[in-house]
Design a protein around this ligand. Structure first.
Ligand code: GBH
Length: 494
């Protein structure tokens, strides 16, 4: 205990003096603090309990493997067998909420609802029961990237059949778990599903269709989201009284200068990333920056129509205002500048954005190439979301820092301090309606194509031991203290 308070004290002290003043206001009493995970990254039991194969099983089992060290999620943190132990740790940590995801192929091994896997349903019912018994609210992501392989074989997110397949899956989730779950996320980070999954080769199913297939994916996914929201709204809301949102990821895009071109470049980057998914579910249609750029470039490239598929008037009305809250995953920032003479020949989301983007060398790094520490960006991004999306309530559903795996993870504590302080600033000084925060991640886990080489956990997991032993890191002790005092600074004001 002495070690804990000394550690907490030292870090607050150094930080407060050297970089910025930490916000010492308490978070509101009803603010939800917690931690996050995802099914494929922690559950393991890939072929147990009646589960079907999904696209991540498929990718990890390919020879040669595209994953670092040939790692797989076959066992991962073994949370399928260890959920009681997990909940005991969550209880000890003192979270208000636990964000986790459901594995589609564990619930519907055929992808479709012609066959419901009772063992899979029971796993999640037991987990939810265990959480509620310990006074922890479940925040459930319906889809975090693990599509049943049979649906991928039929075309996956590029094909329209997926809209109703997703709807049927969501119906099963609302029906089976909705009496106990009051916070739902239809999707985690659609950009990664569509752009990394169907264009950049960064995520399963590793299909490469930049500027074409990735936009078909976005369109289908957005329609699937709004259908699920309408279903909840019409058939479940009055009885279950929950809220349905979607989690979208974005950097903050800092303009390189105050020139109107660079300010516009920042706005364009935000619209192409967060806006690609938030504009349709709030305003009904793609952001105008996307429509204009992609139509103009498609024309120059000789396409008969824009590579960005249009929404009909009817779809626009149907999609508008189909969120009860917006989820935000944010880890980092970048700097952007307008490109004077954009190359119009190449296809792809970033090419279509026509903005130069980079991260300055002198920003503090992490174990992930893309993640540099820029806590001030979180405040600016939240302020922008308030302006762009009519003050829709926001839940920060992921934020976190990767290292090579140490228990004395001061750099992670420093990261959380800076980010959470800036989030509190956004609430207090910019009047942004932030309703919760779930840190990524509860524990070290399978980091997709990076395997077990990048660690984001508050708890260390020993992947060499059959027990997958969990050990509390210093950052967990720090976060536990934050959730108790409910402010980031060493001394809270009120
Ligand atoms: C989240 O994505 C995920 O939701 C979560 O499952 C994951 O474990 C966590 O973050 C940590 O990565 O390598 O330059 O091509 C975060 C958003 C955006 C992270 C794009 C990786 C790859 C960029 N991500 N990114 S690059």
């Amino acid at each position: 205990m002495a070690r804990t308070s000394l550690l907490v004290f030292c870090i607050c002290f150094i930080n407060g003096i050297l970089s910025y003043d930490l916000n010492d206001n308490k978070f509101p009493d009803d603010f939800l603090f917690g931690v996050a995970t995802a099914a494929y990254q922690i559950e393991g039991a890939w072929n147990e309990g009646g589960k079907g194969e999904n696209i991540w099983d498929n990718v990890c089992h390919r020879v040669p493997s595209p994953v670092v060290n040939n790692d797989t999620g076959d066992i991962a943190c073994d949370s399928y067998h260890k959920y009681k132990e997990d909940v005991a740790l969550l209880k000890d940590l003192g979270v208000d909420v636990y964000r986790f995801s459901l594995s589609w192929s564990r619930i519907l091994p055929n992808g479709f609802d012609n066959k419901i896997n009772v063992e899979g349903i029971n796993y999640y019912k037991n987990l939810i029961r265990e959480l509620l018994d310990n006074n922890i609210k479940p925040l459930v992501t319906i889809y975090h990237w693990d599509l049943p392989q049979v649906l991928q074989d039929a075309g996956g997110w590029e094909s329209e059949f997926i809209i109703d397949a997703y709807l049927d899956y969501a119906r099963v989730c609302f029906r089976e778990f909705g009496d106990d779950v009051k916070y739902w996320l239809t999707f985690n980070e659609p950009k990664q599903t569509c752009h990394e999954g169907y264009a950049s080769g960064g995520k399963a199913p590793l299909i490469i269709s930049p500027g074409v297939g990735e936009y078909m994916c976005s369109r289908n996914l957005l329609l699937a989201h709004s259908k699920a929201w309408h279903l909840y709204n019409n058939e479940f809301r009055s009885k279950q009284q929950g809220r349905v949102g979607i989690t979208i990821d974005s950097n903050w895009y800092e303009p390189a200068s105050n020139s109107s071109e660079d300010l516009a470049a920042s706005e364009t980057a935000l619209r192409f990333n967060y806006g690609c998914y938030a504009d349709p579910v709030i305003h009904g249609d793609w952001p105008k920056q996307m429509k204009e750029n992609i139509a103009r470039r498609s024309k120059a490239q000789g396409y008969r129509r824009s590579r960005l598929p249009e929404f009909t008037e009817e779809e626009i009305k149907y999609m508008r205002n189909t969120v009860d809250f917006l989820g935000l995953n944010t880890y980092t920032s970048s700097v952007v500048r307008a490109i004077a003479q954009p190359d119009t020949t190449t296809l792809g989301l970033s090419e279509d954005t026509e903005v130069d983007e980079w991260q300055p060398e002198d920003w503090e790094g992490s174990a992930s190439s893309w993640l540099k520490v820029a806590p001030w960006g979180a405040r600016k991004l939240l302020k922008w979301l308030k302006y762009a999306y009519n003050d829709t309530p926001i839940m920060v559903t992921e934020n976190g820092y990767s290292d090579e795996g140490t228990l004395n993870d001061e750099r992670r504590i420093n990261y959380y301090q800076g980010y959470i302080s800036n989030i509190r600033d956004a609430m207090e000084k910019d009047d942004v309606n932030v309703i919760g925060y779930t840190a990524w991640s509860f524990m070290d886990n399978f980091e997709w194509l990076r395997g077990y080489s990048e660690h984001f956990g508050l708890y260390h997991v020993d992947f060499n031991s059959p027990n997958r032993t969990r050990t509390k890191k210093d950052s967990a002790i720090w976060y536990q203290n934050l959730m108790k005092t409910r402010c980031v600074a060493e001394k809270c004001k009120n």
